[in-house]
Design a protein around this ligand. Structure first.
Ligand code: HEC
Ligand code: HEC
Ligand code: HEC
Ligand code: HEC
Ligand code: HEC
Length: 309
Protein backbone atom coordinates (compact mmCIF):
# COMPACT_ATOMS: atom_id res chain seq x y z
CA UNK A 1 0.00 0.00 0.00
CA UNK A 2 2.82 2.41 0.91
CA UNK A 3 4.52 1.96 -2.43
CA UNK A 4 1.32 2.27 -4.43
CA UNK A 5 1.24 5.28 -6.72
CA UNK A 6 -2.23 6.25 -7.80
CA UNK A 7 -2.60 6.27 -11.60
CA UNK A 8 -5.07 9.14 -11.29
CA UNK A 9 -2.15 11.53 -10.75
CA UNK A 10 -2.63 12.85 -14.30
CA UNK A 11 -6.17 14.00 -13.62
CA UNK A 12 -6.66 16.42 -10.75
CA UNK A 13 -8.39 14.60 -7.89
CA UNK A 14 -11.62 16.19 -6.74
CA UNK A 15 -11.35 18.01 -3.45
CA UNK A 16 -13.87 16.62 -0.97
CA UNK A 17 -16.29 19.29 0.10
CA UNK A 18 -15.24 21.48 -2.80
CA UNK A 19 -17.75 23.04 -5.11
CA UNK A 20 -19.64 19.76 -5.37
CA UNK A 21 -22.79 20.86 -3.57
CA UNK A 22 -25.09 22.31 -6.17
CA UNK A 23 -27.83 24.88 -5.78
CA UNK A 24 -30.37 22.09 -5.22
CA UNK A 25 -28.75 20.98 -1.97
CA UNK A 26 -28.60 24.53 -0.60
CA UNK A 27 -32.30 24.94 -1.34
CA UNK A 28 -33.04 21.65 0.41
CA UNK A 29 -31.43 22.96 3.61
CA UNK A 30 -33.26 26.23 3.32
CA UNK A 31 -36.62 24.47 3.01
CA UNK A 32 -35.84 22.23 6.01
CA UNK A 33 -34.98 25.24 8.17
CA UNK A 34 -38.11 27.12 7.06
CA UNK A 35 -40.32 24.07 7.66
CA UNK A 36 -38.87 23.49 11.12
CA UNK A 37 -39.25 27.13 12.18
CA UNK A 38 -42.84 27.18 10.91
CA UNK A 39 -43.48 23.99 12.92
CA UNK A 40 -42.11 25.63 16.07
CA UNK A 41 -44.32 28.66 15.38
CA UNK A 42 -47.37 26.40 15.05
CA UNK A 43 -46.66 24.79 18.43
CA UNK A 44 -46.12 28.17 20.12
CA UNK A 45 -49.35 29.60 18.68
CA UNK A 46 -51.25 26.46 19.65
CA UNK A 47 -49.98 26.71 23.24
CA UNK A 48 -50.85 30.41 23.35
CA UNK A 49 -54.32 29.63 22.05
CA UNK A 50 -54.76 27.00 24.79
CA UNK A 51 -53.62 29.47 27.43
CA UNK A 52 -56.05 32.13 26.22
CA UNK A 53 -58.90 29.61 26.22
CA UNK A 54 -58.09 28.63 29.81
CA UNK A 55 -58.06 32.27 30.93
CA UNK A 56 -61.38 32.87 29.18
CA UNK A 57 -62.90 29.76 30.79
CA UNK A 58 -61.71 30.79 34.27
CA UNK A 59 -63.30 34.22 33.81
CA UNK A 60 -66.69 32.62 32.99
CA UNK A 61 -66.28 30.14 35.83
CA UNK A 62 -66.13 27.03 33.64
CA UNK A 63 -63.83 24.51 35.36
CA UNK A 64 -60.81 23.56 33.22
CA UNK A 65 -59.55 19.97 33.00
CA UNK A 66 -56.07 19.35 34.30
CA UNK A 67 -53.71 19.76 31.40
CA UNK A 68 -51.71 16.74 30.20
CA UNK A 69 -48.22 17.64 28.99
CA UNK A 70 -47.69 17.16 25.27
CA UNK A 71 -45.16 14.33 25.62
CA UNK A 72 -47.62 12.27 27.69
CA UNK A 73 -50.60 12.74 25.43
CA UNK A 74 -51.63 9.31 24.10
CA UNK A 75 -52.63 10.75 20.75
CA UNK A 76 -49.27 12.46 20.22
CA UNK A 77 -47.34 9.33 21.25
CA UNK A 78 -49.40 7.15 18.91
CA UNK A 79 -48.99 9.48 15.92
CA UNK A 80 -45.23 9.84 16.47
CA UNK A 81 -44.82 6.06 16.86
CA UNK A 82 -46.74 5.35 13.66
CA UNK A 83 -44.82 7.97 11.65
CA UNK A 84 -41.46 6.62 12.88
CA UNK A 85 -42.56 3.04 12.12
CA UNK A 86 -43.61 3.88 8.55
CA UNK A 87 -40.49 5.94 7.83
CA UNK A 88 -38.09 3.36 9.29
CA UNK A 89 -39.86 0.59 7.37
CA UNK A 90 -39.62 2.56 4.14
CA UNK A 91 -35.90 3.29 4.53
CA UNK A 92 -35.17 -0.30 5.55
CA UNK A 93 -37.02 -1.94 2.65
CA UNK A 94 -35.78 0.61 0.13
CA UNK A 95 -32.20 0.25 1.33
CA UNK A 96 -32.35 -3.55 1.28
CA UNK A 97 -33.83 -3.66 -2.24
CA UNK A 98 -31.19 -1.26 -3.58
CA UNK A 99 -28.30 -3.01 -1.85
CA UNK A 100 -25.44 -3.40 -4.34
CA UNK A 101 -27.05 -1.24 -7.02
CA UNK A 102 -25.23 1.84 -8.22
CA UNK A 103 -27.29 3.92 -10.60
CA UNK A 104 -25.56 7.21 -11.54
CA UNK A 105 -22.18 5.78 -10.48
CA UNK A 106 -19.53 7.97 -12.14
CA UNK A 107 -16.02 7.08 -11.03
CA UNK A 108 -12.93 9.09 -11.84
CA UNK A 109 -11.06 7.29 -14.65
CA UNK A 110 -7.24 7.07 -14.92
CA UNK A 111 -7.37 9.13 -18.15
CA UNK A 112 -9.99 11.80 -18.77
CA UNK A 113 -11.27 10.05 -21.88
CA UNK A 114 -14.34 11.83 -23.24
CA UNK A 115 -17.07 9.90 -25.09
CA UNK A 116 -18.48 13.22 -26.23
CA UNK A 117 -15.22 14.11 -28.02
CA UNK A 118 -14.88 10.64 -29.62
CA UNK A 119 -18.38 9.22 -30.20
CA UNK A 120 -20.20 12.58 -30.32
CA UNK A 121 -18.13 15.33 -31.98
CA UNK A 122 -15.86 12.99 -33.98
CA UNK A 123 -18.62 10.42 -34.68
CA UNK A 124 -16.50 7.33 -33.99
CA UNK A 125 -18.75 4.26 -34.06
CA UNK A 126 -19.32 2.61 -30.67
CA UNK A 127 -18.48 -0.76 -32.19
CA UNK A 128 -15.02 0.44 -33.28
CA UNK A 129 -14.02 0.30 -29.62
CA UNK A 130 -16.71 -1.98 -28.13
CA UNK A 131 -16.54 -4.60 -30.88
CA UNK A 132 -17.84 -7.35 -28.61
CA UNK A 133 -21.27 -5.75 -28.22
CA UNK A 134 -22.43 -7.25 -31.51
CA UNK A 135 -20.64 -10.58 -31.31
CA UNK A 136 -20.53 -11.68 -27.72
CA UNK A 137 -21.81 -11.43 -24.23
CA UNK A 138 -19.31 -8.69 -23.27
CA UNK A 139 -19.16 -5.33 -25.04
CA UNK A 140 -15.48 -5.16 -24.01
CA UNK A 141 -13.29 -2.15 -23.19
CA UNK A 142 -10.75 -1.38 -25.96
CA UNK A 143 -7.10 -2.18 -25.39
CA UNK A 144 -4.52 0.62 -25.49
CA UNK A 145 -3.33 -0.25 -29.00
CA UNK A 146 -6.82 0.56 -30.35
CA UNK A 147 -6.38 4.07 -28.93
CA UNK A 148 -2.94 4.22 -30.53
CA UNK A 149 -4.37 3.42 -34.00
CA UNK A 150 -5.38 7.09 -34.03
CA UNK A 151 -3.23 8.66 -31.37
CA UNK A 152 0.11 7.87 -33.00
CA UNK A 153 -0.97 10.78 -35.20
CA UNK A 154 -3.30 12.82 -32.98
CA UNK A 155 -1.02 14.09 -30.21
CA UNK A 156 -2.87 17.26 -29.20
CA UNK A 157 -6.44 18.17 -28.34
CA UNK A 158 -7.43 21.18 -30.43
CA UNK A 159 -11.09 21.33 -29.42
CA UNK A 160 -10.63 23.50 -26.31
CA UNK A 161 -12.40 26.42 -28.00
CA UNK A 162 -15.60 24.67 -29.09
CA UNK A 163 -15.71 21.99 -26.38
CA UNK A 164 -13.64 22.73 -23.26
CA UNK A 165 -13.17 19.65 -21.05
CA UNK A 166 -14.53 19.99 -17.52
CA UNK A 167 -14.97 17.27 -14.88
CA UNK A 168 -18.24 16.75 -13.04
CA UNK A 169 -16.63 18.61 -10.13
CA UNK A 170 -15.97 21.63 -12.34
CA UNK A 171 -12.19 21.17 -12.77
CA UNK A 172 -10.73 22.19 -16.12
CA UNK A 173 -8.90 19.44 -17.99
CA UNK A 174 -6.11 19.88 -20.51
CA UNK A 175 -6.88 17.39 -23.31
CA UNK A 176 -3.33 17.44 -24.68
CA UNK A 177 -1.95 16.48 -21.27
CA UNK A 178 -4.43 13.59 -21.18
CA UNK A 179 -3.13 12.34 -24.54
CA UNK A 180 0.40 12.55 -23.09
CA UNK A 181 -0.86 10.39 -20.20
CA UNK A 182 -2.11 7.87 -22.77
CA UNK A 183 1.40 7.84 -24.27
CA UNK A 184 2.94 7.07 -20.88
CA UNK A 185 0.62 4.06 -20.51
CA UNK A 186 1.23 2.94 -24.09
CA UNK A 187 5.01 3.39 -23.81
CA UNK A 188 4.95 5.68 -26.86
CA UNK A 189 7.59 8.33 -27.37
CA UNK A 190 5.97 11.17 -29.37
CA UNK A 191 9.35 12.73 -30.24
CA UNK A 192 10.97 9.50 -31.45
CA UNK A 193 7.63 8.43 -32.94
CA UNK A 194 8.21 4.89 -31.70
CA UNK A 195 7.49 2.73 -28.67
CA UNK A 196 10.02 2.59 -25.82
CA UNK A 197 11.44 -0.90 -25.62
CA UNK A 198 13.55 -2.86 -23.16
CA UNK A 199 16.76 -4.68 -24.13
CA UNK A 200 14.78 -7.70 -25.35
CA UNK A 201 12.64 -5.51 -27.60
CA UNK A 202 9.42 -5.70 -25.57
CA UNK A 203 7.31 -2.54 -25.49
CA UNK A 204 7.44 -0.85 -22.08
CA UNK A 205 3.70 -0.39 -21.64
CA UNK A 206 1.44 -0.54 -18.61
CA UNK A 207 -2.26 -1.34 -18.91
CA UNK A 208 -4.75 1.46 -18.31
CA UNK A 209 -6.80 0.41 -15.31
CA UNK A 210 -10.24 1.71 -16.34
CA UNK A 211 -12.72 1.59 -13.48
CA UNK A 212 -15.66 -0.70 -14.34
CA UNK A 213 -18.94 1.13 -14.03
CA UNK A 214 -21.65 -1.45 -14.81
CA UNK A 215 -21.68 -4.51 -12.58
CA UNK A 216 -24.53 -7.00 -12.72
CA UNK A 217 -24.43 -9.59 -9.93
CA UNK A 218 -22.85 -12.92 -10.92
CA UNK A 219 -26.18 -14.73 -10.71
CA UNK A 220 -27.54 -12.82 -13.72
CA UNK A 221 -26.77 -13.74 -17.33
CA UNK A 222 -26.78 -10.76 -19.66
CA UNK A 223 -25.69 -11.02 -23.28
CA UNK A 224 -24.99 -7.96 -25.44
CA UNK A 225 -25.23 -9.67 -28.84
CA UNK A 226 -28.74 -10.96 -28.01
CA UNK A 227 -29.84 -7.37 -27.56
CA UNK A 228 -27.64 -5.42 -29.99
CA UNK A 229 -27.51 -7.84 -32.93
CA UNK A 230 -30.69 -9.94 -32.66
CA UNK A 231 -32.93 -7.48 -30.81
CA UNK A 232 -31.57 -4.36 -32.58
CA UNK A 233 -31.82 -2.45 -29.28
CA UNK A 234 -29.91 0.85 -29.40
CA UNK A 235 -27.02 1.24 -26.94
CA UNK A 236 -28.61 4.49 -25.76
CA UNK A 237 -31.77 2.78 -24.50
CA UNK A 238 -29.74 1.03 -21.84
CA UNK A 239 -26.74 3.35 -21.43
CA UNK A 240 -28.27 6.78 -22.03
CA UNK A 241 -26.80 9.41 -24.34
CA UNK A 242 -23.20 8.23 -24.02
CA UNK A 243 -22.17 10.36 -26.99
CA UNK A 244 -23.07 13.44 -24.89
CA UNK A 245 -21.09 12.37 -21.82
CA UNK A 246 -17.54 13.51 -21.09
CA UNK A 247 -17.41 11.07 -18.19
CA UNK A 248 -19.58 7.94 -18.38
CA UNK A 249 -22.06 7.27 -15.58
CA UNK A 250 -24.44 4.38 -15.03
CA UNK A 251 -27.71 5.49 -16.60
CA UNK A 252 -29.97 2.49 -15.87
CA UNK A 253 -30.70 0.99 -12.43
CA UNK A 254 -29.77 -2.55 -13.66
CA UNK A 255 -32.52 -3.89 -11.44
CA UNK A 256 -34.55 -6.98 -12.30
CA UNK A 257 -37.66 -4.81 -12.75
CA UNK A 258 -35.80 -2.73 -15.33
CA UNK A 259 -34.97 -5.81 -17.47
CA UNK A 260 -38.46 -7.30 -17.12
CA UNK A 261 -40.33 -4.07 -17.88
CA UNK A 262 -38.47 -3.63 -21.13
CA UNK A 263 -39.13 -7.26 -22.08
CA UNK A 264 -42.83 -6.66 -21.45
CA UNK A 265 -42.92 -3.50 -23.57
CA UNK A 266 -40.55 -4.30 -26.44
CA UNK A 267 -41.67 -6.24 -29.49
CA UNK A 268 -39.18 -8.60 -31.14
CA UNK A 269 -38.44 -8.71 -34.86
CA UNK A 270 -40.92 -11.57 -35.30
CA UNK A 271 -41.86 -11.88 -38.97
CA UNK A 272 -39.22 -12.83 -41.59
CA UNK A 273 -37.05 -14.23 -38.80
CA UNK A 274 -36.18 -17.93 -39.11
CA UNK A 275 -35.39 -18.10 -35.42
CA UNK A 276 -39.08 -17.57 -34.60
CA UNK A 277 -40.61 -19.81 -37.34
CA UNK A 278 -41.56 -22.47 -34.79
CA UNK A 279 -44.05 -20.22 -32.98
CA UNK A 280 -47.02 -21.30 -35.14
CA UNK A 281 -49.82 -19.95 -32.92
CA UNK A 282 -48.39 -16.42 -32.88
CA UNK A 283 -47.89 -16.50 -36.67
CA UNK A 284 -51.49 -17.67 -37.14
CA UNK A 285 -52.80 -14.94 -34.84
CA UNK A 286 -50.85 -12.28 -36.73
CA UNK A 287 -52.18 -13.56 -40.06
CA UNK A 288 -55.75 -13.49 -38.70
CA UNK A 289 -55.21 -9.96 -37.44
CA UNK A 290 -55.71 -10.98 -33.79
CA UNK A 291 -52.35 -9.51 -32.78
CA UNK A 292 -49.99 -6.94 -34.24
CA UNK A 293 -46.73 -8.14 -32.72
CA UNK A 294 -45.03 -10.30 -30.11
CA UNK A 295 -43.26 -8.86 -27.08
CA UNK A 296 -40.06 -10.33 -25.67
CA UNK A 297 -42.02 -11.32 -22.55
CA UNK A 298 -44.31 -13.47 -24.70
CA UNK A 299 -41.20 -15.17 -26.12
CA UNK A 300 -40.15 -16.19 -22.63
CA UNK A 301 -38.36 -13.02 -21.63
CA UNK A 302 -39.76 -13.24 -18.08
CA UNK A 303 -38.79 -16.89 -17.46
CA UNK A 304 -36.44 -17.04 -14.50
CA UNK A 305 -33.95 -19.45 -16.07
CA UNK A 306 -33.33 -17.20 -19.10
CA UNK A 307 -31.54 -14.74 -16.84
CA UNK A 308 -30.67 -16.91 -13.85
CA UNK A 309 -29.02 -20.17 -14.82
C1 HEC B 1 -12.56 5.43 -29.10
C2 HEC B 1 -13.06 4.36 -28.31
C3 HEC B 1 -14.49 4.36 -27.79
C4 HEC B 1 -15.65 4.65 -28.49
C5 HEC B 1 -15.80 5.09 -29.93
C6 HEC B 1 -16.74 4.43 -27.57
N1 HEC B 1 -16.25 4.03 -26.36
FE1 HEC B 1 -17.34 3.51 -24.75
N2 HEC B 1 -15.65 3.28 -23.64
C7 HEC B 1 -14.36 3.42 -24.12
C8 HEC B 1 -13.43 3.34 -23.01
C9 HEC B 1 -11.90 3.47 -23.11
C10 HEC B 1 -14.20 3.11 -21.85
C11 HEC B 1 -13.71 2.96 -20.40
C12 HEC B 1 -13.52 4.32 -19.74
C13 HEC B 1 -14.81 4.98 -19.38
O1 HEC B 1 -15.65 4.37 -18.73
O2 HEC B 1 -14.98 6.15 -19.78
C14 HEC B 1 -15.58 3.08 -22.28
C15 HEC B 1 -16.66 2.87 -21.45
C16 HEC B 1 -17.98 2.72 -21.87
C17 HEC B 1 -19.09 2.32 -21.03
C18 HEC B 1 -19.01 2.01 -19.54
C19 HEC B 1 -18.41 0.65 -19.33
C20 HEC B 1 -18.34 0.22 -17.90
O3 HEC B 1 -17.28 0.39 -17.28
O4 HEC B 1 -19.34 -0.29 -17.38
C21 HEC B 1 -20.20 2.27 -21.81
C22 HEC B 1 -21.60 1.89 -21.38
C23 HEC B 1 -19.79 2.67 -23.14
N3 HEC B 1 -18.44 2.93 -23.14
C24 HEC B 1 -20.67 2.80 -24.20
C25 HEC B 1 -20.32 3.37 -25.42
C26 HEC B 1 -21.26 3.73 -26.44
C27 HEC B 1 -22.76 3.52 -26.35
C28 HEC B 1 -20.55 4.28 -27.46
C29 HEC B 1 -21.09 4.87 -28.76
C30 HEC B 1 -22.04 5.96 -28.62
C31 HEC B 1 -19.14 4.21 -27.09
N4 HEC B 1 -19.05 3.68 -25.84
C32 HEC B 1 -18.08 4.62 -27.89
C33 HEC B 1 -14.01 3.62 -25.43
C34 HEC B 1 -14.88 3.97 -26.44
C1 HEC C 1 -30.49 -4.20 -23.26
C2 HEC C 1 -29.63 -3.28 -22.62
C3 HEC C 1 -28.25 -2.98 -23.19
C4 HEC C 1 -27.94 -2.60 -24.48
C5 HEC C 1 -28.86 -2.44 -25.67
C6 HEC C 1 -26.51 -2.37 -24.50
N1 HEC C 1 -25.97 -2.62 -23.26
FE1 HEC C 1 -24.04 -2.40 -22.69
N2 HEC C 1 -24.46 -3.17 -20.86
C7 HEC C 1 -25.72 -3.54 -20.42
C8 HEC C 1 -25.61 -4.18 -19.13
C9 HEC C 1 -26.77 -4.74 -18.32
C10 HEC C 1 -24.23 -4.17 -18.80
C11 HEC C 1 -23.56 -4.77 -17.54
C12 HEC C 1 -23.11 -6.18 -17.88
C13 HEC C 1 -22.47 -6.89 -16.74
O1 HEC C 1 -22.16 -6.30 -15.71
O2 HEC C 1 -22.26 -8.12 -16.88
C14 HEC C 1 -23.53 -3.52 -19.90
C15 HEC C 1 -22.16 -3.31 -19.96
C16 HEC C 1 -21.52 -2.63 -20.98
C17 HEC C 1 -20.09 -2.30 -21.01
C18 HEC C 1 -19.08 -2.65 -19.93
C19 HEC C 1 -18.24 -3.84 -20.37
C20 HEC C 1 -19.01 -5.12 -20.44
O3 HEC C 1 -19.05 -5.71 -21.53
O4 HEC C 1 -19.60 -5.53 -19.42
C21 HEC C 1 -19.87 -1.64 -22.18
C22 HEC C 1 -18.54 -1.10 -22.69
C23 HEC C 1 -21.13 -1.55 -22.89
N3 HEC C 1 -22.11 -2.15 -22.13
C24 HEC C 1 -21.29 -0.96 -24.14
C25 HEC C 1 -22.42 -1.09 -24.93
C26 HEC C 1 -22.52 -0.66 -26.31
C27 HEC C 1 -21.40 -0.01 -27.11
C28 HEC C 1 -23.79 -0.95 -26.72
C29 HEC C 1 -24.40 -0.75 -28.11
C30 HEC C 1 -23.68 -1.33 -29.24
C31 HEC C 1 -24.49 -1.54 -25.60
N4 HEC C 1 -23.63 -1.61 -24.53
C32 HEC C 1 -25.81 -1.96 -25.62
C33 HEC C 1 -26.90 -3.33 -21.09
C34 HEC C 1 -27.01 -2.99 -22.42
C1 HEC D 1 -10.72 6.60 -34.43
C2 HEC D 1 -9.72 7.48 -33.87
C3 HEC D 1 -9.55 7.57 -32.35
C4 HEC D 1 -9.43 6.53 -31.47
C5 HEC D 1 -9.54 5.05 -31.74
C6 HEC D 1 -9.20 7.13 -30.18
N1 HEC D 1 -9.17 8.50 -30.28
FE1 HEC D 1 -8.81 9.82 -28.78
N2 HEC D 1 -9.15 11.35 -30.04
C7 HEC D 1 -9.45 11.23 -31.37
C8 HEC D 1 -9.79 12.54 -31.89
C9 HEC D 1 -10.20 12.85 -33.34
C10 HEC D 1 -9.64 13.46 -30.83
C11 HEC D 1 -9.88 14.96 -30.85
C12 HEC D 1 -8.66 15.66 -31.34
C13 HEC D 1 -8.90 17.13 -31.46
O1 HEC D 1 -10.03 17.58 -31.32
O2 HEC D 1 -7.91 17.84 -31.69
C14 HEC D 1 -9.23 12.66 -29.67
C15 HEC D 1 -8.99 13.20 -28.43
C16 HEC D 1 -8.56 12.47 -27.33
C17 HEC D 1 -8.23 13.03 -26.04
C18 HEC D 1 -8.34 14.47 -25.63
C19 HEC D 1 -9.79 14.81 -25.39
C20 HEC D 1 -10.36 13.99 -24.26
O3 HEC D 1 -11.22 13.11 -24.54
O4 HEC D 1 -9.92 14.13 -23.11
C21 HEC D 1 -7.87 11.98 -25.23
C22 HEC D 1 -7.42 12.04 -23.79
C23 HEC D 1 -8.00 10.77 -26.01
N3 HEC D 1 -8.39 11.11 -27.29
C24 HEC D 1 -7.75 9.51 -25.51
C25 HEC D 1 -8.07 8.34 -26.20
C26 HEC D 1 -8.05 7.02 -25.62
C27 HEC D 1 -7.67 6.69 -24.19
C28 HEC D 1 -8.42 6.16 -26.60
C29 HEC D 1 -8.60 4.65 -26.50
C30 HEC D 1 -9.60 4.17 -25.58
C31 HEC D 1 -8.67 6.93 -27.81
N4 HEC D 1 -8.46 8.25 -27.52
C32 HEC D 1 -9.03 6.40 -29.02
C33 HEC D 1 -9.47 10.07 -32.11
C34 HEC D 1 -9.38 8.80 -31.60
C1 HEC E 1 -34.33 -1.80 -23.68
C2 HEC E 1 -35.02 -3.05 -23.59
C3 HEC E 1 -34.36 -4.22 -22.87
C4 HEC E 1 -33.74 -4.23 -21.65
C5 HEC E 1 -33.55 -3.06 -20.70
C6 HEC E 1 -33.33 -5.58 -21.41
N1 HEC E 1 -33.67 -6.38 -22.47
FE1 HEC E 1 -33.29 -8.36 -22.64
N2 HEC E 1 -34.17 -8.38 -24.49
C7 HEC E 1 -34.73 -7.29 -25.13
C8 HEC E 1 -35.20 -7.69 -26.43
C9 HEC E 1 -35.89 -6.78 -27.46
C10 HEC E 1 -34.92 -9.06 -26.56
C11 HEC E 1 -35.26 -9.98 -27.75
C12 HEC E 1 -34.14 -10.16 -28.69
C13 HEC E 1 -34.66 -11.00 -29.85
O1 HEC E 1 -35.19 -10.45 -30.79
O2 HEC E 1 -34.56 -12.24 -29.73
C14 HEC E 1 -34.26 -9.46 -25.31
C15 HEC E 1 -33.83 -10.77 -25.05
C16 HEC E 1 -33.24 -11.18 -23.88
C17 HEC E 1 -32.84 -12.54 -23.57
C18 HEC E 1 -33.08 -13.74 -24.48
C19 HEC E 1 -34.41 -14.34 -24.18
C20 HEC E 1 -34.76 -15.48 -25.09
O3 HEC E 1 -35.94 -15.61 -25.38
O4 HEC E 1 -33.87 -16.22 -25.47
C21 HEC E 1 -32.28 -12.54 -22.32
C22 HEC E 1 -31.72 -13.71 -21.56
C23 HEC E 1 -32.32 -11.17 -21.84
N3 HEC E 1 -32.91 -10.36 -22.80
C24 HEC E 1 -31.82 -10.77 -20.61
C25 HEC E 1 -31.87 -9.45 -20.15
C26 HEC E 1 -31.36 -9.02 -18.86
C27 HEC E 1 -30.69 -9.91 -17.83
C28 HEC E 1 -31.60 -7.68 -18.78
C29 HEC E 1 -31.28 -6.72 -17.64
C30 HEC E 1 -29.95 -6.71 -17.11
C31 HEC E 1 -32.25 -7.27 -20.00
N4 HEC E 1 -32.40 -8.38 -20.80
C32 HEC E 1 -32.66 -5.98 -20.28
C33 HEC E 1 -34.82 -6.02 -24.62
C34 HEC E 1 -34.31 -5.59 -23.39
C1 HEC F 1 -34.93 -10.49 -17.80
C2 HEC F 1 -34.05 -11.05 -16.85
C3 HEC F 1 -34.58 -11.64 -15.55
C4 HEC F 1 -35.60 -12.56 -15.39
C5 HEC F 1 -36.49 -13.17 -16.46
C6 HEC F 1 -35.65 -12.86 -13.97
N1 HEC F 1 -34.69 -12.14 -13.31
FE1 HEC F 1 -34.29 -12.23 -11.30
N2 HEC F 1 -32.85 -10.80 -11.50
C7 HEC F 1 -32.50 -10.20 -12.69
C8 HEC F 1 -31.51 -9.17 -12.40
C9 HEC F 1 -30.87 -8.24 -13.43
C10 HEC F 1 -31.27 -9.21 -11.00
C11 HEC F 1 -30.29 -8.34 -10.19
C12 HEC F 1 -31.04 -7.23 -9.55
C13 HEC F 1 -30.16 -6.36 -8.69
O1 HEC F 1 -28.94 -6.46 -8.71
O2 HEC F 1 -30.73 -5.55 -7.97
C14 HEC F 1 -32.12 -10.27 -10.46
C15 HEC F 1 -32.15 -10.62 -9.13
C16 HEC F 1 -32.92 -11.65 -8.62
C17 HEC F 1 -32.88 -12.11 -7.24
C18 HEC F 1 -31.99 -11.56 -6.14
C19 HEC F 1 -32.70 -10.52 -5.36
C20 HEC F 1 -32.40 -9.15 -5.81
O3 HEC F 1 -33.32 -8.32 -5.85
O4 HEC F 1 -31.24 -8.85 -6.14
C21 HEC F 1 -33.78 -13.13 -7.13
C22 HEC F 1 -34.12 -13.92 -5.87
C23 HEC F 1 -34.40 -13.31 -8.43
N3 HEC F 1 -33.84 -12.40 -9.32
C24 HEC F 1 -35.38 -14.26 -8.73
C25 HEC F 1 -36.02 -14.37 -9.95
C26 HEC F 1 -37.15 -15.26 -10.20
C27 HEC F 1 -37.78 -16.18 -9.17
C28 HEC F 1 -37.49 -15.10 -11.50
C29 HEC F 1 -38.64 -15.76 -12.27
C30 HEC F 1 -39.96 -15.49 -11.79
C31 HEC F 1 -36.57 -14.14 -12.08
N4 HEC F 1 -35.70 -13.72 -11.10
C32 HEC F 1 -36.56 -13.75 -13.42
C33 HEC F 1 -33.00 -10.49 -13.96
C34 HEC F 1 -34.02 -11.36 -14.23
Amino acid sequence: MDEYKAPVATTPTPTPGGNTSGAGETNGWLYTVITLSLLVLVIILWRANQGLKRVANEKEGIPTEKEIPLYRSKLVIAVVAIVIFIMAGYWLVNGAVNEGRQQNYQPLQPIFYSHKVHAGINQINCLYCHAGAEKSRQAMIPSTNICMNCHKQINTYSGEGEHPLVTAEGKNINGTEQIQALYRYAGWDPVKKDYNRDAAGNILATPIQWVKIHNLPDHVYFNHSQHVKVGQVQCQRCHGDIQEMDEVYQFAPLSMGWCINCHRQTEVQFTNNKYYDIFETYHKEIKEGKRTGVTEAEMGGTECQKCHY
